[in-house]
Design a protein around this ligand. Structure first.
Ligand code: G6P
Length: 613
């Protein structure tokens, strides 16, 4: 949800900050791409220059020949519009009346209407409809009374209500960038002769792997040789807070693939293996299972794909650990917070560790004494930091907006938690537990085989589906959450309406839409005969009404009567089914998008890390 980055650098350390700003911003484009902009202090003149417009970063960079400039310090922004249409005037950075102050912001300033009135009464002239512009004018206003610009900055942020990550550049202090964080994520990249402030890790990787994750309500400034952080008026020491991230710069690049989404689908065998080995050689899963074991009530929450991983968790918790789990979509936490107490544990699943809805669910539960377990992919992000226990997926940076590799790594981590608990509670013996761990060690390989074996069939299926307007994805048992995830992927990137349902439930409404040629994908994840028979019935019901029936699942499903098209995954134990079934469906979504001429990495209206409610 908007990406911001700022850098200040000594000339010796970095000849031109602009090249970095462009590169760094492009690595945040998954956070929004309605407009882009740059504000920097020009090397020769020391003047503040702002170049911005609607459109994607490359378009803006080309249009304004951004890389032909030289800058010593600068800020940049890629926007996911909240207040105001995505046009040039509303693009960030926003500038004050004097043209000396530029600001980029991620979040929402809730009281911006009152602040704008306050400023207009004092003669400030606004050029945009955004909430952000008030920040630049407030700073300008307080510079009139405060001799120290840092005091003016502090006064500015004390006026703001809402959520924000802010970076502010002031031409009279050309090598200093002011920053503040409340709710919206912000990290500092610590370097030698330069420092960076950014929304997320991928953008700092080209220059440093040393980060400080800022906490809520922290603010301060960076200069090439200085990081200064304050919290409630007190200087905070940060050196011991530096985390060195293990991701490499290549991890956040396409590595020859046309899109990040494809690269990330193809990386699944490796990252599943890395997640498995990382988790089996740490205490993370054990510690999480212990917390669950102590609780009377177990909740799991997340948004989008992470919620679907939570549903898979609830399934395995029931099947393996015979423990009921209440799953809920994180934005709906208000309906569940009355159930939170010291006897509850909440598992907050979030790839980014920053999704605001999930964070709020976490905080609401925590306030009532519940213990929190985070399942996240981003080290030192907010959700893990605020949790009692963390299980990290080791998927590396995920840049494609639609989550792919992180889903299966979440499923793997959550399955291991359910298995561990099942063992603790005596539902599976030590021997059975060991056998299951051994099975799960093959998850990556199974995903690789699934990708290799299905690529040709997926391509043929794309031809059959790309002209369709709507697709159903149906499943039973474990197939239900997998169907939800498949439908989400298809609609997110190909814009073909796709809806998932438990297959049995399809008779209670969805079947009304079936007519000749309507595609229905059946996810066959459950190996048992009983499931096979039930799905057989559902296939025939759809077929009788003219549906085009597709099966993605265990080989036994592909042989059912009335199947028009099938992608078999061999025979997998139920614990491995997700790793075989999901990759072909992700590939289907990806290839549908590409064949329809869409960019699957940047689906319209979507952003990867949603930091507004
Ligand atoms: C957005 C992304 C999804 C993601 C969801 C939750 O909607 O586009 O891909 O699943 O947020 O994100 P999280 O980082 O909390 O897993």
């Amino acid at each position: 949800m908007c990406g911001i980055v700022g850098i200040t650098a000594d000339h010796e350390a970095l000849a031109n900050a602009i090249d970095y700003l462009v590169n760094g911003l492009k690595r945040l484009e998954y956070r929004g791409y309605d407009s882009a902009g740059f504000g920097f202090i020009e090397c020769r003149t020391g003047r503040l220059i702002v170049l911005k417009d609607k459109g994607k970063i490359d378009e803006v960079v080309e249009k304004y020949n951004v890389t032909s400039y030289c800058g010593v310090a600068g800020i940049a922004h890629t926007r996911w519009a909240t207040h105001g249409a995505p046009n040039k005037a509303n693009a960030h950075p926003h500038v004050d009346c004097s043209g000396k102050v530029a600001v980029v912001h991620n979040g929402i300033i809730k009281n911006f209407v009152e602040l704008r009135e306050f400023l207009e009464e004092r003669g400030h002239v606004f050029k945009s409809d955004t909430d952000t512009e008030v920040i630049a004018h407030l700073f300008e206003e307080f510079l009139k009374t405060e001799r120290d610009p840092f005091e003016a900055f502090k006064k500015t942020i004390s006026m703001l209500e809402g959520a924000y990550a802010i970076v502010l550049l002031y031409a009279d202090q050309p090598l200093r960038l002011y920053f503040a964080r409340k709710v919206s994520p912000l990290i500092i990249g610590v370097g030698r002769g330069f420092n960076i402030v950014s929304s997320d890790i991928p953008s700092i990787l080209p220059l440093t792997r040393n980060i400080i994750a800022l906490r809520d309500d922290e603010y301060g400034y960076i200069e090439p040789y200085m990081v200064y952080i304050e919290y409630k008026g007190q200087k905070t020491s940060w050196r011991q807070r530096i985390t060195t991230v293990t991701w490499s710069v290549e991890d956040a690049e396409k590595a020859g693939y046309p899109h990040f989404m494809l690269k990330e689908i193809m990386e699944q065998p490796r990252v599943l293996y890395e997640t498995f080995t990382g988790l089996t050689s740490s205490n993370e899963v054990y510690d999480a299972a212990r917390l669950i074991n102590e609780a009377d009530y177990v909740f799991v929450t997340g948004a989008g794909t992470s919620y679907h991983a939570g549903l898979v968790f609830a399934y395995y918790m029931s099947r393996l650990a015979r423990t009921p789990v209440i799953p809920f979509i994180s934005s709906e936490y208000k309906s569940y917070e009355s159930l939170a107490s010291e006897k509850a544990v909440l598992i907050a699943v979030s790839q980014s560790g920053e999704t605001i809805d999930t964070l709020q669910a976490l905080r609401a539960f925590k306030a009532k004494g519940a213990r929190i377990i985070a399942v996240s992919n981003v080290i030192a992000s907010t959700i893990p930091r605020e949790s009692d226990s963390v299980v990290y997926t080791r998927a590396g940076p995920e840049i494609g907006v639609a989550a792919t590799k992180t889903f299966l790594t979440q499923v793997l981590a959550l399955t291991m938690m359910a298995m561990q608990l099942a063992n603790m509670r005596g539902y599976i013996s030590d021997g059975e537990y060991k056998d299951m761990v051994e099975l799960l060690s093959r998850a990556g390989r199974v995903a690789g085989e699934g990708i290799n074996a299905s690529t040709r069939e997926v391509e043929r299926l794309v031809d059959a589906l790309k002209k369709k307007h709507s697709i159903y994805v149906l499943g039973r048992g474990l197939g239900v959450p997998l169907a939800y995830e498949a439908a989400l992927k298809i609609k997110e990137v190909s814009y073909i309406h796709a809806e998932a349902y438990p297959a049995g439930e399809s008779k209670h409404g969805p079947i009304a839409l079936i007519e000749k040629g309507f595609p229905v994908i059946f996810v066959g994840a459950e190996p048992g005969e009983d499931y096979l028979e039930m799905i057989q019935g559902n296939i025939l019901e759809m077929k009788a009404r003219g549906a085009f029936t597709i099966v993605v699942g265990h080989d036994a499903y592909t042989k059912l009567e009335g199947v028009d098209y099938a992608i078999g995954i061999g025979e997998q134990p139920v614990i491995l089914a997700p790793y075989a079934i999901i990759p072909p469906l992700q590939l289907l979504a990806y290839k549908l998008a590409v064949s329809l001429g869409y960019d699957p990495d940047k689906p319209r209206n979507l952003a990867k890390t949603v930091t507004v409610e």
